[in-house]
Design a protein. Sequence first.
Length: 221
Amino acid sequence: MMRSHMKNVLCFGDSNTWGFIPESITGPFPERHPFAVRWTGVLSRELGSGFRVIEEGQNGRTTVHDDPFAAVRNGKAVLPAILESHKPLDLVILMLGTNDLKAVFSVTPGEIATGVKVLAQMILGSDAGINNRPPRLLIMCPPIIGDQPHLPDVAAKFPNAQHDSRQLPRHYEALATMLGCAYLNTQSLVEPGSDGIHLDAAAHAKLGLAVAAAVKSILPA
């Protein structure tokens, strides 16, 4: 008798997948929400024992850019190894683009979506899914960048991000439509916490529930 297949879901993202606590941005080091609080933890709880949720969030991760101030932040460089090490994957959830808004990269919202496209095509062209086929893909548009008058050093790194972040959903949605994959706009669900970038516990809870509903529709039991 064959055992039923446990569905594997990879969450590939940045600090909002890692679980960065907004208030810790002024501290000596980033602090992380507990697993049960993070949206990935909420997702795991909601999906239940038939699913394994794999967290792959990294602070500062970009879509396709090398950060001159931080090592190994380029999502494109590490994605193939991550896909291979966690295969077989039923679904990859991709939420990147926030860090591409930094002034140092000097890219437009449309170009950020093109970076997401590069990663999406790597996923959809891979053999990381069941029976060496590509996994399913859910593209998530990241939250907006909020006002940061109390954090001038942070705001200086994201000078146009409040405006540009709000342009991302239309580009991401068009990309998902073109690729024929699932799409979720987090900007219609949550807003960042006190630092204007990272999600607080309540936002993680809300996002986790929404992602769980999306995953259940993509991968029905």
